[in-house]
Structure formats: structure tokens, C-alpha cells
Design a protein around this ligand. Structure first.
Ligand SMILES: [Zn+2]
Length: 329
């Protein structure tokens, strides 16, 4: 029954009246010869979400998500499996696996179209990741529209989408990034260290754009109303960005905290991907204390999509409060 109804919906006049996104889906199904009915794995467009911060339009795109295995091997590596598992279960989450997701952000200020981080790009596509460009198109933008690309830091899940087919993915963009971050990764001294792979990734994806790059430090401005803040620790020059328009604010916290329970409720727990674990924990406490005290909204690259929320101070850390309609009023 369901299958017949679905075919009727997708046939004839239904298609002509459908939105471009639905037509694309139907077209994909037709091309592949797939039935659109009972197949629970049918292609879906990447999730996108749009809201306003004052006069800025913010578009979040889900570049992808993946199950990433034992939580304790990434978050709370200096804790027991039982301790980490108990905190997850207390928050209605499984103890033995977690999902990591990726959320590049586009900010349209009216005069600039600024992309913060690029997702995994081509390298992620075989695994169903690297879907930022698809989401950008679905939201009505072209890659040529992007005037500025800001890199919060240079881990692969943030710089992977800078190149497409050996060419810059955003041909009209200038670039902004932290001076300390670039200096670390581009340095040939990384060869023969655990950072060698990251160094190679930066040489392939970032260095080709170095001439069009503005290097900033703490307090550096991207455009009027968008300011960088040093948030070192996760990587040597990791930076976060404060957006402000007409008295409304949003802080893009990038990878300051990477799990909405484990990193926020226990900000002092060690995280595998934090390159300087003590500095990262100190930065986490500082940034989220500011967000809690000032009741500021934040968007975290690895938070549950659409990755926007607030934090409330609790005993040992912070409770994540996902955004609802705060920006619609
Ligand atoms: Zn990341």
C-alpha cells in the first residue's frame, strides 16, 4: 500500500509541482532504476538549516556523519570505559559507540558570503561524507558566490573541501586563517613527526592558496562584525569566531568542544584529537564559561545538527541546550 501511494505521489503532476529538491530525488531514483517506495536507504539531500543573526544569514550544512566506535577511545581517554559509558547512558546515549558529524557554516552578511571550514570534500565521498557542496547548491548558492573562506584550523575534516579536481573549489574566494595555525602545519619540521600527514594535507590543500590568504591573530577581523579569537589547544593555532549584527551574536566555536555531552559536561577530560590536551581543556573551560555567563548562542562544528545551542553551567561543566526558535523572533 505504502509503495503504491509513494509512486502515485512521485508520478505525473506531483513531480511537476514538486520542489527542485524533490525532483532531483525522483530523478536520481529514475536514473538508477531504483524503486522509491520501500527502499529505506534511498538518497536524501544533505540536511541544511538557515537562520538569521541580526542582518546576517547563517546557513549550516551537514557535510556528513559517521559512527566512530568506542567513545572512551576519543573522549575521556584518561577515564575508565565504565565512567565514560555511565555518563553517556545518563544522557540517553549508547555507551559503546558514538556518531561524529560535520557542520560547515556559510554566513551571508549582505556584502560578503563567508564560508567557515569546508568539510571533508572529495576524500570523504566514498564514505557518504563531503556533501557540503551538494547542500550549498540545494540552498541556492553557487560555489562562485563564496567571497571568503575562513579556516578555523587545519585538520582534514575542515580543509578537505578546499580543492575539487585539483582546482580551488571556491574560485572567487580570498582566505582567512590563524597565523599560528598555518605556520605550524606548513613547517617542514613536521616531517617525521605525528603531524606529518597533516603537514602533507596542508601542502596539498592550503598552501596553493597562501597568496590569497590573510593571516590573523587574536582579535583579528574577517569583515565588519566577524572577529577571530585565539582558542589554542585542539590544534596549535585553532581559532573561533564571534559574529555580531544588530546586537545579536553567535560564536562559531569550531572544535573547542567536540561532543555535546562528553566534552561539555566534562570539559577537563582528555580528548584524543586535542593536540595539547591541557591547553585544549583550559580553552574549553574559558570559552564555555564565557558562553554560559553571557548566555551567548554558539555553533560547534561537531555538535548535533544543526549544531547550534546554548550552554548552562552545571556542577563539573556545561549542559547543552539546543537552539529552538530564539533566532526567529
Ligand atoms: Zn573537526
Amino acid at each position: 500500500m505504502i509503495s503504491i501511494k509513494r509512486r502515485m505521489l512521485l508520478g505525473g503532476a506531483g513531480v511537476a509541482l514538486a520542489s527542485p529538491m524533490i525532483m532531483t530525488r525522483a530523478a536520481i531514483a529514475q536514473q538508477s532504476g531504483a524503486e522509491t517506495s520501500m527502499d529505506i536507504d534511498h538518497a536524501m539531500p544533505p540536511e541544511t538549516h538557515r537562520f538569521n543573526v541580526g542582518k546576517f544569514e547563517v546557513l549550516v550544512v551537514k557535510d556528513g556523519a559517521r559512527a566512530s566506535g568506542s567513545p572512551q577511545e576519543t573522549f575521556g581517554t584518561n577515564q575508565s570505559v565504565e565512567t565514560v559509558g555511565a555518563l553517556l547512558e545518563a544522557n540517553f546515549l549508547p555507551a559503546d559507540n558514538f556518531v561524529n558529524s560535520f557542520a560547515p557554516v556559510l554566513v551571508n552578511t549582505g556584502s560578503d558570503v563567508i564560508l567557515f571550514d569546508t568539510g571533508l570534500g572529495e576524500g570523504g565521498r566514498a564514505n557518504g561524507l563531503g556533501r557540503f557542496m551538494e547542500g550549498l547548491t540545494a540552498a541556492g548558492y553557487k560555489r562562485e558566490d563564496v567571497t571568503t573562506v575562513v579556516l578555523t584550523h587545519m585538520h582534514g575534516d575542515h580543509i578537505g573541501g578546499l580543492m575539487e579536481g585539483g582546482q580551488p573549489a571556491f574560485p572567487n574566494a580570498r582566505y582567512v586563517t590563524g597565523q599560528a595555525e598555518y605556520d605550524f602545519w606548513a613547517d617542514p619540521a613536521r616531517v617525521g613527526t605525528p603531524a606529518e600527514n597533516g603537514h602533507k594535507g596542508v601542502l596539498a590543500n592550503v598552501t596553493p592558496m597562501a597568496e590569497k590568504m590573510t593571516f590573523i591573530g587574536d582579535g583579528g577581523e574577517v569583515v565588519s562584525g566577524i572577529t577571530g579569537m585565539a582558542a589554542f589547544g585542539h590544534s596549535p593555532g585553532h581559532m573561533i569566531y564571534r559574529l555580531e549584527s544588530e546586537g545579536r551574536q553567535l560564536v562559531l566555536t569550531a572544535d573547542t568542544a567536540n561532543h555535546f555531552v562528553l566534552s561539555l559536561q566534562r570539559p577537563d577530560w582528555e580528548v584524543r584529537f586535542d593536540m595539547d590536551k591541557a591547553a585544549a581543556a583550559a580553552t574549553r573551560a574559558k570559552v564555555f564559561d564565557m558562553l554560559a555567563t553571557d548566555k551567548l548562542a554558539f555553533l560547534g562544528y561537531h555538535m548535533p545538527f544543526p549544531a547550534v545551542g546554548f550552554v548552562e553551567k552545571i556542577d563539573q561543566g556545561y549542559r547543552f541546550v539546543p537552539k529552538a526558535y530564539q533566532f526567529d523572533i
